[in-house]
Design a protein around this ligand. Structure first.
Ligand SMILES: C[S@@+](CC[C@H](N)C(=O)[O-])C[C@H]1O[C@@H](n2cnc3c(N)ncnc32)[C@H](O)[C@@H]1O
Length: 153
């Protein structure tokens, strides 16, 4: 993203991650300390550390922090944290308040089938959110298992 999306030197990105992993990481026994190291090493390689703000906390806490700061609105939001529907719904409701009209939101793992309980997958939350906010969002077609929408009002 830093290399391909944030081409303007004034562009900024905020990343919110606990770096504690989610259900999918526990299942696959992924070493999150290593993931965290790779993340910071990749950011460093771009030479754009100053363009990145990292909030190492739950996304709901981080998003509320940004809202309280009256953070300027975002052109692009990528929702790919906790896969629990309750968390994804909170991520969408909170982050949408900071998405510009005309801005794009991409939700990862819309068609993720890692869990038999649908409440443990993002799809239910994304469907609920886009139904409730149907007058403010416009579906944008994407080619993989993600879901994308544009804010239209
Ligand atoms: C599927 S990974 C995706 C990471 C990153 N978006 C990427 O594409 O490499 C999900 C990430 O969400 C983080 N995570 C899980 N639950 C979270 C929560 N409630 N708040 C913030 N981050 C969370 C995990 O630590 C993990 O790094």
């Amino acid at each position: 993203m830093l290399n391909n999306l944030l081409k303007h030197s004034d562009s900024k990105i905020v990343c919110i991650d606990t770096f504690e992993g989610g259900i999918e990481h526990v299942h696959d026994a992924i070493n999150m300390t290593h993931v965290r190291e790779i993340f910071f090493s990749n950011v460093e390689k771009t030479g754009r550390m100053d363009s990145v703000r990292v909030l190492e906390e739950r996304s709901d806490t981080g998003l509320l922090r940004l809202l309280q700061e009256n953070h300027e609105s975002f052109d692009f939001i990528y929702v790919d944290g906790s896969h629990y529907a309750t968390d994804v719904l909170a991520d969408l409701v909170l982050s949408f308040r900071m998405l510009k009209v005309g801005g794009l939101c991409i939700c990862d793992d819309y068609l993720w089938e890692g869990q038999s309980d649908p409440r443990h997958s993002p799809k239910m939350a994304i469907d609920a959110f886009t139904s409730i906010f149907s007058e403010q969002v416009q579906f944008v077609p994407v080619i993989n298992t993600q879901f994308a929408f544009k804010r239209i009002q």
